[in-house]
Design a protein around this ligand. Structure first.
Ligand SMILES: [Zn+2]
Length: 306
């Protein structure tokens, strides 16, 4: 029996309407600004633009952007290199710490820094150009760190894990079973259960295989470590019960068959886990963070599902 995954994405009309309303409300200040500017006339524009303060502000903004860009480049590339290419003690922890500022909005960070600095010294305040440059650099550097670390950590010799049709890509979606909106951490490749082989996407070691219980996932999965430190992990979800050809600790090579596609709950209720039809949930984690598996393969010249 062939059943294809029902995990397709479609925008609900109510969501589209809500998005249009939210966008319209967000546009109000911009529209108001345009109305005021048009109403003010050329003379007022000239007077506003030629004020000396405008020139000073513009020059400071450009200088700040330059300083922060250079700072982010140095900090982001250096931390990515230290975490991926050296045996820095505790580098798994550093890998997370380096990305952590992404979780804090920069205005919250700036406020926290100035509050702490005020506790430290009552005479000099944490403010001005270099204070702004420091906070912006620290909280923008992860945008350089993450892609550089991903590029440095990526190993050669990747393979397509399964042939089939890409039904649900990486990204936010409404879960087909729970109805909740959350990040889909993998890419789903739909094809026939049992007769479609699943291959290792790269050389590595199997660190988990079998049913449930590993890192909160349901159903059968195989997990592989590709750099020996957990920096490059691939997961193969919903594989058919009884089809798994590898054991924990086995060394595998890119393109080696490790199992067959499963995911049909009527065919394999235990192994399918949270799945509605035959498909492989394929996932790539770099430094503990799920990345778009299709893009990751594409960057190594491999097309997912082809
Ligand atoms: Zn999936």
């Amino acid at each position: 029996m062939i059943r294809l995954a029902a995990e397709t994405r479609r925008a609900h009309p109510a969501l589209t309407a809500a998005a249009v309303i939210a966008t319209s409300v967000a546009m109000v200040p911009l529209v108001y600004l345009v109305v005021r500017v048009v109403g003010a006339g050329a003379e007022a524009w000239g007077a506003a633009v030629t004020r000396p303060r405008v020139g000073t502000l513009a020059a400071t903004s450009v200088a700040l952007a330059l300083v922060v860009a250079v700072g982010c480049l140095v900090l982001g590339v250096a931390s990515a290199y230290l975490v991926t290419r050296t045996d820095l003690p505790g580098r798994r922890v550093w890998a997370v710490v380096a990305a952590l500022p992404l979780a804090v909005p920069s205005y919250v960070a700036a406020f926290s820094w100035s509050a702490v600095a005020d506790l430290w010294s009552s005479t000099s305040r944490f403010e001005g150009f270099w204070a702004a440059a420091l906070v912006l650099t620290l909280y923008t550097a992860p945008y350089v760190y993450l892609p550089v670390a991903a590029a440095l950590v990526g190993t050669e010799g990747w393979a397509n894990p399964a042939s089939g049709h890409l039904t649900s890509p990486f990204g936010y979606r409404t879960h087909p079973i729970t109805g909740q909106h959350h990040l889909h951490t993998g890419s789903d490749v739909a094809n026939a259960c049992g007769s479609t082989p699943v291959y290792a996407a790269a050389d590595g070691v199997v660190i988990w295989q079998g049913a449930g219980g590993y890192q909160g996932r349901t159903g059968n999965q195989i997990v592989m470590d590709h750099d020996g430190t957990g920096g490059v992990i691939t997961r193969y979800g919903h594989v058919l019960t009884g089809s798994i050809l590898v054991r924990t600790g086995d060394h595998v090579t890119a393109g080696q068959q490790i199992a067959s596609i499963g995911g049909d709950p009527t065919l394999d209720p235990q192994g399918a886990g949270g799945s509605t039809g035959c498909h492989l949930h394929f996932e790539v984690n770099l430094l503990g963070i799920p990345v778009d598996a299709r893009e990751h393969l594409a960057s190594h010249g491999v097309q997912l599902g082809s």
